[in-house]
Each structure stands twice: as C-alpha cells, then as structure tokens.
Design a protein around this ligand. Structure first.
Ligand SMILES: [Zn+2]
Ligand SMILES: [Zn+2]
Length: 85
C-alpha cells in the first residue's frame, strides 16, 4: 500500500468511485448517488477537468477525467480545455 500523498487533505474531497477497490458497491448511499460520508476520495490536484485522486481505503492513486458530458476515458481528453481564444 502506498502512503497517503502529502497533498491529501480531508478538506478537499471528491465523490468519485474508486476503480481499484470499488468500496462503494453495496452501499445504499452511494447507490443513490449521494455524497457518502464513508466513500469519498482525496482530491490531490486538478488540472482543468482532470482530477488527480487518492482513495483513502486502498491508497490507490489515479486520474479521473470529469469531461464535459463525455465518456470515462482517462487520458484522451486532457487537451479539451484548449478552446480558449
Ligand atoms: Zn480504493
Ligand atoms: Zn458509500
């Protein structure tokens, strides 16, 4: 298990499901899409719509592209913020 990232701050949380441990499965609160008090992730950093997250349950670190009504692809849409003129 990785140590918690030094940027992990309980004041910066994100409600994204963890692709590693999927600890939200079977949770009624998460199943309703609510902000569960147990199943949240540390928001380490974010670049535009790309969130850099760490799971407090399994310490998995990953990037989550929130996108703009888009799919769950992780890396392919990172340049989508370039439409600024
Ligand atoms: Zn996890
Ligand atoms: Zn939950």
């Amino acid at each position: 298990m990785l140590p918690l990232d030094p940027q992990a701050d309980i004041g910066r949380r994100a409600w994204v499901t963890c692709p590693n441990c999927e600890d939200h499965l079977g949770c009624a609160t998460c199943g309703q899409g609510s902000r569960c008090s147990e199943h949240w992730r540390y928001l380490l950093t974010n670049t535009g719509s790309l969130l850099h997250l760490q799971c407090p349950s399994c310490t998995h670190i990953w990037d989550h592209e929130t996108g703009f009504g888009a799919t769950r692809t992780r890396w392919t849409r990172t340049t989508s913020g370039l439409h600024r003129k």
